[in-house]
Design a protein around this ligand. Structure first.
Ligand SMILES: Cc1ncc(COP(=O)(O)O)c(C=O)c1O
Length: 482
């Protein structure tokens, strides 16, 4: 790749890099299980977990990590979490069943998200902790619980000063009413504490949320309640880019291109959330999370050591300890960061009427893209084995990757990707870091294409072993059997 060309090089975990560098490993996986395929690396998950745990051990020894299962359907990740002794956060009856099947008992399960009547009915007798989203849920739990054992609940709150409005959680203005319900129904509702979840990279937002929750803890005492949990949710960031300067360089070139200067870099007039007018390119692009360079463990450490002015500068971790609060968190993407890739094959390469080069793959945009967000890391092309003939068009080439659906919008990249050479049918394409929502959040079986198989990769005794995700067992991987 010529250094001067815009590029979005992906950060790749050394284990994943070693797998991709092992001759034939990726191609063998597709030959055995079919293309495309999602690969997960539970050992990378375990490493991510160890890093978050190290921060918590140092700063807040009384803690609980609830793995947010929604980030990926993988059973291998669930089994890894279960074996590591952490808890799980589930957001549907199906995730609840998967967690139970993977070995989590009710004392290690928390249910988050908006819950309907059917799910609530299924929860009241089980002993799992219900992270309550709204007053209706709270009242309904009390009704459904009847005279049986009190249902453990957390009250999720939202609407913190200077935070954008959220559709989730009990508005702070209604928290007093919720405490009234919890106090009046204490035989049926066991208030464990307060929760929030903020999907923001802005540290001050979480600090304000912690402050608000500490205020609610005081209010709960005055209702005769004894909250013992402060759940700070998930939202701890991933690091996608291997080179922040090159990322910035790509975005700078993109802005120029949007103004009509230099080579066009977008498909179909896409502006990625930028506002373009005669005076320039304004605003924050939708893909800004791909620029992040702060790892989740540092973000967590910064939060736990953040001083709270209203509490004499004592830190979040100190205040949690002084209030006898166990600190819970619900990381999803931070645990699976770099623990997954997606493999696909080039079907054909064509030229569109405007001269754009389209590399058509055997997967669709929704297979590697969460909620239709543009993914700003470069896919990697691995030439097909035995492909030693001359390349059709040597030299760098700017391409758009296109999907297999009969939809104009099924472009896997709406931004241009520069490759060393024009790919050829049969070449393999690697999408880095797809385990966090990218592979599982939006994928549909459109045109009856089946969802790609999910495979688990383990590295033991210098070898990579691959099995269906559902068959992976951490203990077997440790013994070298899988
Ligand atoms: C309540 C709750 N907790 C945790 C998470 C996990 O978030 P993340 O993957 O950003 O850590 C989510 C994600 O939507 C969530 O809604």
């Amino acid at each position: 790749m010529t250094a001067a060309l815009p590029a979005l090089p992906a950060k790749i975990h050394p284990l994943v890099r070693a797998f991709l560098d092992t001759p034939g490993a990726a191609a063998d996986a597709l030959a055995r299980f079919g293309s495309p395929a999602h690969l997960v690396f539970p050992q990378v998950y375990a490493e991510n977990l160890a890093r978050l745990r190290a921060v918590l051990e140092r700063r807040s020894p009384r803690h609980r990590i609830c793995y947010a299962h929604k980030v990926n359907r993988s059973r291998a990740f669930l089994r890894t979490a279960e074996q590591a002794g952490i808890a799980v956060d589930v957001a549907s009856a199906q995730e609840l069943a998967a967690a139970a099947e993977a070995g989590f008992g009710p004392e290690r399960i928390e249910v988050t998200g908006p819950k309907g009547e059917t799910l609530l009915r299924g929860l009241v007798d089980t002993g799992v902790t219900v992270n309550v989203d709204n007053l209706w849920e709270l009242r309904r739990i009390a009704e459904l619980a009847g005279e049986r054992v009190a249902v453990p609940v957390l009250l999720r709150v939202s609407g913190f000063a200077a935070s954008p409005v959220s559709r989730f959680g009990i508005a702070l203005g209604e928290a007093e009413e919720a405490l009234g319900v919890a106090a009046a129904q204490r035989d049926r509702i066991a208030l464990r504490g307060f929760a929030f979840h903020i999907d923001s990279g802005e540290p001050a937002e979480r600090v304000r949320a912690v402050e608000a929750c500490l205020g609610l803890v005081e209010r709960a005492y005055s209702h005769g309640l004894a909250p013992a949990v402060l759940d700070i949710g998930g939202g701890f960031r991933q690091v996608f880019t291997a080179d922040a300067d090159r990322f910035d360089g790509y975005v700078a070139a993109l802005r120029e291109a949007l103004l009509g200067r230099g080579e066009p870099m977008t498909w179909g007039g896409n502006t990625f959330g930028f506002h373009v007018d005669g005076a320039g390119v304004h605003g924050t692009p939708v893909f800004h999370k791909y620029a992040n360079t702060v790892p989740a463990a540092r973000m967590l450490d910064d939060l736990l050591t953040a001083p709270l002015d209203a509490h004499g500068g004592r830190t979040v971790a100190q205040l949690a300890a002084e209030n006898l609060l166990e600190l819970w968190l619900e990381p999803g993407k931070a645990l699976v960061d770099h623990a997954g890739i997606t493999l696909a094959r080039v079907e054909f390469v064509k030229q569109a009427a405007d001269g754009s080069v389209l590399v058509n793959l055997d997967l669709s945009r929704d297979t590697v893209t969460p909620a239709d967000q543009e993914v700003m890391v470069d896919p990697i092309v691995l030439p097909a084995a035995g492909d030693s003939g001359p390349v059709a068009e040597p030299g760098p080439v700017g391409v758009f990757f296109a999907g297999r659906l009969c939809l104009e919008r099924d472009l896997i990249t709406n931004h241009k990707v520069w490759l060393d050479a024009r790919p050829r049918p049969g070449d393999l394409v690697v999408f880095p870091n797809t385990a966090a929502y990218h592979s599982d959040l939006s994928a549909a079986a459109a045109s009856m294409h089946p969802l790609p198989p999910k495979l688990a990769v383990a590295h033991r005794s210098g070898e990579f072993r691959i099995c269906p995700d559902a068959d992976y067992e951490p203990a077997l991987a440790a013994s070298g059997t899988v």
